[in-house]
Design a protein around this ligand. Structure first.
Ligand code: ATP
Length: 533
């Protein structure tokens, strides 16, 4: 049997070197690629968009669903003691009083009177300190270059006059800032901005307003009458839907501690500075799990979930060096330990997931505000207690951005051409198989449709007969489709097709009867889930 392959005739040794100049360009290209191929659109674009709100297109919705499924399977399906719920977005307003969000879910904001632009005061100060850190780093880099092998960074940092001066400056600003936040002294926060001579990046002026606290919750009213008592909030986190259902789930599911409740769903925050595409949105999706444990065992579980969640992220295969932990030094009032899993986004390492040991703060607060007991009877200890909680909380949109930013590649091929591809793990790809008749006649489209009918019950498939086969392959590469099946005249004779693999661009000729098995094996979540053990 003579094998006929389509398109790449050159030997396939790829140079996987990004052809773009820098990270900023890469980020811009990811944003335009996301739009061009139907992953992400600006919300209400025809009306010039709505700031920090985005819609997922036909490809984005599939990829997002696969990411959500992978999380759900890993958390719920793989754990006998974790169950999933789907709580409503609207909750009784007292929920948010109890959780502390009404009184304390604030960002300090400041306006520049000339540009009329609004900023987060804490961000202005942190960026100013980052600039000082940048100056220190420059000194260190210069000295490293000058002294070569003999350079000792620790000694240099502790003796160089310019470094010491800048370090003292940065430390003093941060300590004043921490102090003013702890005392909730907004005038002192403003004074730091004035003393540091921070200017507005738009107007260049130092003409600042007072600093005010700004609550990040969106509110609306329920029912026909618009009174204060009818004010309800769009939830700023999904976690509270789990806390208030703790006993419902424990009792109806006969759950024994330790056990977890998982949930995915929308959350809303009126972010003051919303930028960096889908990194910081006003409407976003969270995937959270609250793990209820016996008091005193929370640190053991906190460490367990830190490790488990890091492993889950790394199982996506984008390189361990792109993830790191960042332990919180200043803890929220309800936490006794907290850290972030940070990811190396195109704009640097930033929070992707938070892991928090929240003590019994939330359940106790709901007990107090509702007057209902939220306790667990532990048969082993023969006593009632309010469980402690370890929480894992990841933003689905941030995860999406993390995946896109590492999967997106522009490759220079050996023949000098470039190709844009999304190197997604096959189980995450929006479309698993594209079926392509070589030509639009001679019964090839009909044969291709037969193959679609064979595969579509189990997999997301696409049919494409427009343009040359090479162009069609490239379109599938750009959306991350792992397999392209080409139907040719030989297919009609011997029931075989070629299957082309996105990553290597190689092709095999295989029997149509063998297709389902080949695809099933490669696109299943199973292998990834097994690697988590
Ligand atoms: P940040 O410090 O970046 O504002 P956070 O510490 O307030 O985040 P959490 O309240 O811990 O975030 O929320 C858990 C997760 O939800 C975050 O790790 C992030 O992935 C996601 N998330 C939070 N705010 C947003 C947002 N505005 N847009 C998109 N995702 C978000």
């Amino acid at each position: 049997m003579s094998a006929q392959y389509y398109f790449p005739k050159f030997t396939i040794t790829l140079t996987f070197a990004p052809t773009m100049a820098n990270q900023e360009d890469i980020f811009k290209n990811i944003i335009s690629h996301s739009k061009e191929y139907g992953f992400i659109f600006q919300s209400s674009e025809i009306y010039d968009g709505l700031s920090a709100v985005y819609d997922y297109g036909q490809m984005g919705a599939e990829l997002k669903k696969n990411l959500r499924d992978y999380w759900w399977k890993a958390m719920v399906q793989m754990h006998e003691n974790i169950v999933g719920i789907d709580a409503a977005i609207f909750m009784h307003p007292t929920t948010w009083k109890a959780s502390g969000h009404v009184d304390a879910f604030n960002d300090p904001l400041i306006d520049n009177k000339d540009s009329k632009k609004r900023y987060r005061a804490d961000v202005l100060i942190e960026e100013h300190v980052a600039k000082i850190d940048g100056k220190i780093q420059k000194e260190v880099d210069k000295a490293k270059e000058r002294f070569g092998e003999a350079f000792n960074e620790e000694t240099f940092r502790s003796t160089n006059a310019r470094v010491l001066e800048n370090q003292a400056k940065a430390d003093s600003i941060l300590s004043k800032f921490k102090d003013s936040l702890e005392k909730n002294d907004l005038e002192a926060v403003r004074q730091i901005i004035i003393d540091c001579e921070i200017v507005c990046p738009i107007s260049g002026s130092k003409n600042w307003t007072e600093v005010r606290q700004f609550n990040l919750m969106f509110s609306t009213s329920m029912g026909a009458v618009s009174e204060d008592s009818n004010t309800i909030y769009l939830r700023p986190e999904t976690a509270q839907g789990i806390f208030v259902n703790f006993l419902n789930v424990q009792k109806s599911g006969r759950m024994k501690i330790p056990f977890g409740i998982a949930q995915t769903g929308k959350a809303f925050r009126n972010e003051i500075v919303a930028r960096q595409f889908i990194f910081r949105m006003r409407e976003f999706e969270q995937m959270e799990m609250q793990f209820f444990v016996r008091p005193g065992t929370e640190m053991e579980w906190y460490n367990h979930w830190k490790e488990t969640r890091m492993k889950w992220h790394q199982s996506l295969g984008f390189g361990e060096a792109n993830y790191r932990f960042h332990d919180h030094l200043k803890l929220a009032h309800y936490a006794n330990a907290a850290c972030d899993i940070e990811f190396n986004f195109p704009f640097g390492f930033k929070e992707l997931e938070g892991i928090h040991s929240r003590t019994d703060f939330d359940l106790k607060a709901h007990e107090q505000h509702s007057g209902k007991k939220l306790q667990y009877f532990d048969p082993e200890l023969n006593q009632n207690y309010v469980p402690y909680v370890v929480e894992t909380s990841v933003g689905l949109d941030r995860l999406f951005l993390a995946v896109m930013s590492k999967a997106f590649v522009e490759e220079k091929l050996e023949d000098g051409t470039t190709r844009t591809a999304l190197n997604l793990p096959a189980f995450l790809a929006p479309i698993k198989v594209a079926v392509l008749p070589l030509v639009k006649k001679d019964g090839l489209p009909e044969k291709a449709r037969e193959i679609m009918d064979l595969l579509k019950f189990d997999h997301a498939t696409a049919y494409d007969e427009k343009d040359t086969i090479g162009k069609r392959y490239r379109r599938q590469d750009a959306i991350g489709t792992p397999f392209c099946i080409t139907v040719d005249h030989q297919s009609l004779e011997d029931n075989t097709v070629t299957i082309r693999f996105r990553d290597t661009m190689t092709q095999d000729r295989v029997s149509i009867d063998a297709l389902a098995k080949i695809v099933d094996e490669k696109v299943s979540f199973k292998k990834a889930l097994m690697s988590l053990k």
